[in-house]
Design a protein around this ligand. Structure first.
Ligand SMILES: *Cc1c(COP(=O)(O)O)cnc(C)c1O
Length: 392
């Protein structure tokens, strides 16, 4: 009887196989595969701690408020709460997700410049009084629903070279900032300072340096008009490496330049805060998927994974992110397409990988995928659930 034989690869390998190297991540994945079904997202607590420590070391004068939108998983919030970070929330739901861990409301900034009336009332009841705004209508809404709230104006700054733009939707013109802060005071609010966001995954330090200059000018104008300001919020945007051989990303060097600028432009009494999201959560995540089907099309190997752009690779859409796909197999590499499991051609992860021959059940994983991944996954599209998150 004729035997059914899987199509052997018809391509010629792209290069000679490299010597075998087994990384710590691979050992961890193999161990977790014995206990858990894929897809799963490993969040390494030691890496969360390391990122926090790196931030504190580079910015000793800056209080980090972890932007939980990057990854709001309760165990991540709990880890950061215990490490003593503060938090950036954008809604009442995020606020509650942080307060639930016993975090004091004084360690929270409500950093969405447009807040619903209901969310402002929740903020007042829960005593989360520090918040950002960027326009006059918002000030009236804050004054009505949260008298005496402390407000920080978010100004519009350059996002040059940042992967995700954040000044298209938010930010007051810097030359309006003083006027708006004075307006806040006249409405019975407490004008606290200035914030900006240079865009996410910002590798261009100039964005921060210029934003700090704009901020310093607003501080000066306020001081000269007897309304001294206290708080500079340098936002998020701090970049991480997504690929092992990526060049041009050096957080420590960037931080040193930003810190120098802060010291030269502001007095010792100034309070500095930041809102890192990606930098805190991204490097900790490893997404582990398995091949559920394979085909040979357009002269390439096609592998279909049990996680795709509707689930934990959603960052490829919303965050414009690319990932380094790896497998546990060794051997000659071939041109490969990787796709998600849904019935949508949009659910293609890459047409341009170089991977060894894979079989159903083989693992494909991606590192540095802890931020803007599961956070924006769609539950149950086409019946496929996002990965289970496991803190290790
Ligand atoms: C998304 C966001 C952050 C976090 O940005 P990262 O680039 O992930 O550091 C911080 N602040 C605000 C207001 C945000 O919207």
């Amino acid at each position: 009887m004729a035997q059914l034989v899987l199509d052997a690869p018809v391509q010629t390998p792209l290069e000679k196989p490299k010597p075998v190297e087994i990384s710590g991540a691979e050992n961890l994945i193999r161990m977790m595969l014995k206990k858990h079904k894929t897809p799963f997202m490993l969040i390494r607590e030691s890496v969360l701690e390391r990122q926090f420590a790196r931030f504190k070391k580079s910015f000793p004068e800056v209080t980090p408020y972890y932007a939980i939108k990057a990854n709001p998983h309760p165990k991540i919030v709990k880890t950061f709460a215990e490490l003593g970070t503060s938090f950036d929330v954008a809604s009442a739901a995020e606020m509650k997700a942080v307060l639930r861990h016993g975090v004091s409301p004084s360690r929270i900034i409500f950093a969405n410049t447009i807040k619903s009336k209901e969310d402002l009332i929740t903020a007042r009841r829960r005593r989360v009084r520090l918040m950002t705004f960027d326009n006059e209508a918002e000030l009236y809404k804050i004054a009505e629903n949260f008298p005496k709230a402390h407000v920080i104006i978010r100004i519009k700054v350059a996002n040059r070279g940042s992967v995700v733009q954040l000044s298209l939707k938010f930010g007051a013109e810097p030359d309006q900032a003083f006027y708006l802060l004075r307006k806040a005071k006249n409405l019975g609010l407490v004008p606290r300072g200035v914030s900006f966001h240079v865009g996410s995954q910002s590798t261009n330090v100039e964005n921060y340096l210029q934003a700090l200059e704009l901020t310093a000018a607003i501080f000066r104008e306020a001081r000269e008009n007897d309304m001294p300001l206290k708080t500079v919020d340098i936002g998020g945007g701090f970049p991480i490496q997504h690929f092992e051989n990526e060049i041009g990303i050096n957080f420590e060097r960037m931080a040193a330049e930003i810190r120098k600028q802060m010291k030269s432009l502001f007095s010792k009494q100034t309070e500095f805060i930041a809102e890192p999201g990606r930098f805190f959560a991204g490097p900790a995540g490893i997404l582990v998927t398995q091949v559920i089907g394979r085909a040979f099309r357009d002269n390439q190997n096609f592998y279909y994974l049990n996680d795709g752009v509707y689930q934990d690779f959603s960052g490829m859409v919303f965050d414009h992110c690319k990932y380094e796909f790896k497998t546990l197999r060794r051997g000659a590499k071939y041109k490969t397409t990787l796709a998600g499991p849904t019935c949508d051609s949009f659910d293609i992860l890459s047409n341009d990988e170089e991977l060894p021959e894979l079989y159903v059940g083989d693992v494909v994983y991606a590192k540095n995928i802890g931020a803007y991944s599961s956070a924006s996954a769609v539950p149950n599209f086409n019946g496929f659930e996002p990965a289970k998150i496991i803190l290790v």
